[in-house]
Design a protein around this ligand. Structure first.
Ligand SMILES: [Ca+2]
Length: 185
């Protein structure tokens, strides 16, 4: 109907558009937009940011710096932990951006007074020691995320899965039974 005639009545629709930043931050940048149907131009009338207000409570997730995270209630192997997060509609936690992703994890660790190894969502299974996060983003062996001396594939025993202690990473054998952190986006 756009531009189809002067005699048309002008209708105004107001709606909200949200964009997730490419870096993976959970904060959404939103804009109210108005569209006047006789005018193909959109007018942005306000810009603001919003964070998710709640997490799916039934699954035990809580907000940590605007991220819906959960520390597991029991330990599992890496692949079982990965499946467990997926069964809840989430994934093992990714740390693709140290600046953005460490703080929510640090909060979770501190608030749960947790001080042991836990799985996050990166591995090199079938990838010849090239670690990637679950969405395919590479985790460089020179990343500042690793503990000093890691990843070391200790005794060449096939340390193809990534666990953390506090907020530093270690390559570890995937069959170890560890706690883990899931995130729901
Ligand atoms: Ca190691």
């Amino acid at each position: 109907m756009k531009g189809s005639g002067r005699s048309e009545s002008v209708s105004v629709q107001t709606y909200t558009v949200c964009l997730r930043t490419a870096s993976g931050a959970s904060e959404l940048f939103c804009a109210f937009e108005k569209e006047i149907t006789q005018d193909i131009n959109f007018k942005i009338t306000d810009i603001f940011s919003v964070a998710p207000a709640t997490c799916p409570a039934s699954e035990g997730y809580s907000l940590y710096s605007s991220r819906c995270l959960k520390l597991s209630s029991s330990p599992l192997t890496y692949l079982s932990a990965k499946d467990h997060c997926a069964s809840e509609g989430g994934h093992l936690y990714y740390l693709k951006n140290t600046y953005l992703d460490l703080n929510p994890l640090a909060l979770l660790i501190r608030q749960n007074q947790f001080n042991w190894f836990y799985w996050v969502g990166a591995d090199a299974i079938g990838k010849s020691r090239h670690f990637t996060w679950g969405d395919g983003t590479p985790l460089s062996s020179t990343s500042e995320l690793w503990m000093t001396g890691e990843p070391n594939n200790f005794y060449n025993r096939g340390e193809d899965c990534v666990c953390m202690k506090n907020v530093s990473a270690n390559d570890n054998i995937c069959g170890d039974v560890l706690w883990f952190v899931c995130e729901i986006d």
